[in-house]
Each structure stands twice: as structure tokens, then as C-alpha cells.
Design a protein around this ligand. Structure first.
Ligand code: PLP
Length: 442
């Protein structure tokens, strides 16, 4: 492999420094940047900054660039479509890319029977649409969502989100009728129980407690859930969690809505993460990896659920033809081998991190599926006291060594590289990460 990463300036370099100063003057200060990376170009797993430094990217632009940065087949599809039609609006007109992508996604959605697809531009829009569709279809007003969940930042999606208070501060009142309940975060069980002896007390609690005391289940429209919690810390629930929760949903006619914005599109080694849990959701929200970096959000639902009328929901840019063609090229690549690669390389990454955990006390938990993997940092393995500042320091130090990482949860680091990642790139990541953690611990 090339002798990359290559860091040949102080970070940020002189050009990056200038641009960051302009950014501070003109760009919204609401964005959270962990480190001063100013990107110029990228290919595969490798990101070049404006000063010629080259980084190994284990963020994929927040789990978006499923096929690697600028995959030639995705670029070819984009260019071909750009020559034909940039925009017409699927809201008022028909065009081929939106129709063939809808057919593809409808066929991919797990479960029997016909499916239909709605298109937006982002994860939040897909979630927002799911929220509205469920209300339209069920005519029910209440919803369940989870602590730690991140569903986006528009008012409806934000109302379902319960990740960090900064995301909600000063934005109340939000959409009413949402009750947040604890997720199956077994490393830090909110009920102080241990799996499997707990017999999924967190799920039983919904029926035995919540539905008996405060929430009439026949008024609940949805259970909104991430198959694996993303921003919340890449938390993988026990294998039977979704199955048992979905059973309760079915019993009361509640729609099971899977937010697969981060976990979907092959990232976990299956097209949808919910497939690992043997549950066919009623509605699935998709975005991020779906179009390899082109803006696109999609909502797939059982056809009988998607019964809203003309005019009830739409978006001018949703289902943009160029984004749709990028999505079709992306899905083709996933099916040809990238999804399988995610499973194989994900195991290699996980095995490598578990091995490192033996020599680094601060790596409290290593978890994930496929290429959705995280390490949770603790000050002490016994007390599990979260090591928040270490986590941030490790991310910053990794950047200085040419490895791009992102945090998730309060004290975890996520590894979500493109699905094109190879063994050598994973070994390089592990070796830099090992050095960084060792140096930080000194
Ligand atoms: C699970 C999940 N849902 C929704 C969203 C919101 O997506 P977007 O930022 O595209 O609006 C995210 C973004 O991180 C996400 O991880």
C-alpha cells in the first residue's frame, strides 16, 4: 500500500487555516467540528486536504460514502444523468430515475406484499415523512421513541430525537405525543439488569408498565426505533429485542418504524440492519449511504400503509434524478459485493479492536455489526466511568496522525468506513489507533 497517510504540514496547514477563518466569519456556528480538516478531494478511503495532507477516512462523511469517495461507477451514472435531466420535480411530474429507483427499493424492502416509496432529500426528511405517514394512516396521536435516539433536526424528527439536550435547547415546544423509553443498552442497562438473565425486562416494561399506567396502546401510532442506535453510541441491542418489541407493536396495531438512515444500505453486512433481527418493519427511513454522497432520503412502506392522498406530502427536490441514478449505481455495487465486503471487513475490524482492548484498559466496550463499529472509552473498567475528554483527545490525536474518526454517544468512537475498505486499510487504521490510544494513556 502507498505510504499514506501523509501529513507534511502542521495541522491545520496554512491554506486550511485561512479557509477556517473565513468559515468562522460566514458559516453558521451551529456545526460541530471535531478537528480542523478542510477537504479538497477524496478517492476511495483517502481524503486530501487543501494543503496536500492525505488522511485515511474511517468516517465516510458520517457513514454516507458507502461506495468510497467518488466511486467511478457512481460518478459515471451522475455525469450521464446530469447530461440528460438535472431536475423536473417528482412532485408534479414523472421521470424514469425516480420510478426505477422506487421499484428497486420496494423490491428490496423486507417482508411480503406490495411496497411503495416516498422520496425526500435527507435523513430528517425521511423520518419526518414516516412520522406524518403513520399519523395519516393510523389516525393515532401518540408515539414511542428511545432515549439515545437520533432521528434528525427538523421539528418533527427532533421531537423523536433524545440524544443530546443541546439539540433541543431553546426549540421547545416540540411535537407533542412522544414518549421516550430506555433502549436495550446492555453495557449500561438503564434498569441495572444483566442480559440474558433480565429476560428483556426493558421490553416487558413497555407492556406491563407503560401501557397499563400512562399510555393507552390503542392510541399509539408508532414505535420509532433505530435497529442499532447510531449517534447514541452504535449500540447493538440483544438479538431478540426487536422481535419482542415488534410483537407488542403488532398486538396493538402499532406501526414499527425502522430508522435505517445510518444502519441501512449494506453497512452492517445486510441491506437493512433490521434483517439481523428477523423483523420486517412496517416503514423504513433511509438516507446517508443510499446515494454515495448525493442528497437523497427515502421512505419505504407497505403499500396499504402508504395510503395518503395527492397533496398530503411532497418536496420539490425529493427524488432528484441525478441522486436517483447515483442510488441505483450504489445499490448495484452493494449487491455485486460491497455488502459482503462490509461483513468480512467488519469482522476483521472488530477482531482487531477486541485484540487491542486486551492491552488498553480504557477501551471499555467494543461493539457493532459489519462496518458499524464503536469503542466506548471508560476511565475504569469496573466503574465504567465515561472517559469523555479522552475520547475527544483520541479523535484529535488520530487526526494529527492522519486517521479520520468521529465520536458517537458521550464517550465512544465510531468506525464507519466506506464499504470498499480493504484489509490493508483496516490494519493501517488499527495500527494508528493503537499508537494513539497508547500515547494518550501515558
Ligand atoms: C439514524 C439517523 N436518523 C436520521 C438522521 C438525520 O439525517 P440527516 O442528517 O440526513 O437529516 C441521522 C443522521 O445522523 C441518523 O443517524
Amino acid at each position: 500500500m502507498k505510504k499514506w497517510p501523509l501529513i507534511h504540514t502542521p495541522l491545520p496547514g496554512p491554506k486550511a487555516r485561512k479557509l477556517i477563518n473565513q468559515d468562522r466569519t460566514y458559516v453558521s456556528p451551529s456545526y460541530t467540528r471535531y478537528y480542523p480538516l478542510v477537504v479538497e478531494k477524496a478517492k476511495g478511503l483517502w481524503v486530501h486536504d487543501v494543503d496536500g495532507n492525505i488522511f485515511l477516512d474511517f468516517t465516510a462523511g458520517i457513514a454516507v460514502c458507502a461506495t468510497g469517495h467518488c466511486h467511478p461507477r457512481v460518478i459515471k451514472a451522475i455525469k450521464k444523468q446530469a447530461d440528460l435531466l438535472l431536475h423536473m420535480s417528482g412532485t408534479d411530474f414523472y421521470y424514469t430515475p425516480q420510478i426505477i429507483l422506487a421499484k428497486k427499493l420496494a423490491n428490496l424492502m423486507p417482508g411480503k406484499g406490495a411496497k411503495k416509496v416516498y422520496f425526500g432529500n435527507s435523513g430528517a426528511e425521511a423520518v419526518e415523512a414516516a412520522f406524518k405517514l403513520a399519523r395519516w394512516h393510523t389516525k393515532r396521536e401518540l408515539n414511542l421513541a428511545f432515549y439515545g435516539a437520533f432521528h434528525g433536526r427538523t421539528m418533527g424528527a427532533l421531537s423523536l430525537t433524545a440524544s443530546k439536550t443541546i439539540q433541543k435547547k431553546h426549540y421547545n415546544p416540540l411535537v407533542p405525543g412522544i414518549t421516550h423509553i430506555p433502549y436495550a443498552y446492555c453495557y449500561r442497562c438503564p434498569y441495572n439488569l444483566s442480559y440474558p438473565e433480565c429476560e428483556l425486562g426493558c421490553v416487558q416494561w413497555v407492556e406491563d408498565n407503560l401501557f397499563r399506567t400512562t399510555i393507552p396502546p390503542e392510541e399509539v401510532a408508532t414505535i420509532f426505533v433505530e435497529p442499532i442506535q447510531g449517534e447514541g453510541g452504535y449500540i447493538v441491542p440483544p438479538p431478540e429485542f426487536h422481535r419482542e418489541l415488534n410483537k407488542i407493536a403488532k398486538k396493538y396495531g402499532i406501526l414499527y418504524v425502522a430508522d435505517e438512515v445510518q444502519s441501512g444500505m449494506g453497512r452492517t453486512g445486510k441491506m437493512f440492519a433490521m434483517e439481523h433481527f428477523g423483523v420486517d418493519p412496517d416503514i423504513i427511513a433511509l438516507a446517508k449511504g443510499i446515494a454515495s454522497g448525493m442528497p437523497l432520503g427515502a421512505l419505504t412502506a407497505r403499500a396499504e400503509i402508504m395510503d395518503w392522498e395527492a397533496g398530503s406530502h411532497a418536496s420539490t427536490f425529493g427524488g432528484n434524478p441525478v441522486s436517483c441514478m447515483a442510488a441505483l449505481a450504489t445499490i448495484e455495487l452493494l449487491e455485486e459485493g460491497l455488502m459482503k465486503n462490509a461483513a468480512v471487513q467488519g469482522k476483521h475490524l472488530m477482531d482487531g479492536l477486541v485484540k487491542l482492548q486486551q492491552s488498553h484498559e480504557c477501551m471499555g466496550d467494543v461493539r457493532g455489526k459489519g462496518l458499524m463499529v464503536a469503542v466506548e472509552f471508560v476511565k475504569d473498567r469496573e466503574t465504567k466511568e465515561p472517559a469523555r475528554t479522552w475520547r475527544n483527545d483520541i479523535i484529535r490525536h488520530a487526526f494529527e496522525k492522519g486517521l479520520l474518526l468521529l465520536g458517537c454517544g458521550e464517550n465512544s468512537i465510531r468506525f464507519c468506513p466506506s464499504l470498499t475498505v480493504n484489509t490493508a486499510e483496516i490494519d493501517k487504521c488499527l495500527s494508528i489507533f493503537d499508537d494513539v490510544v497508547r500515547e494518550m494513556a501515558l
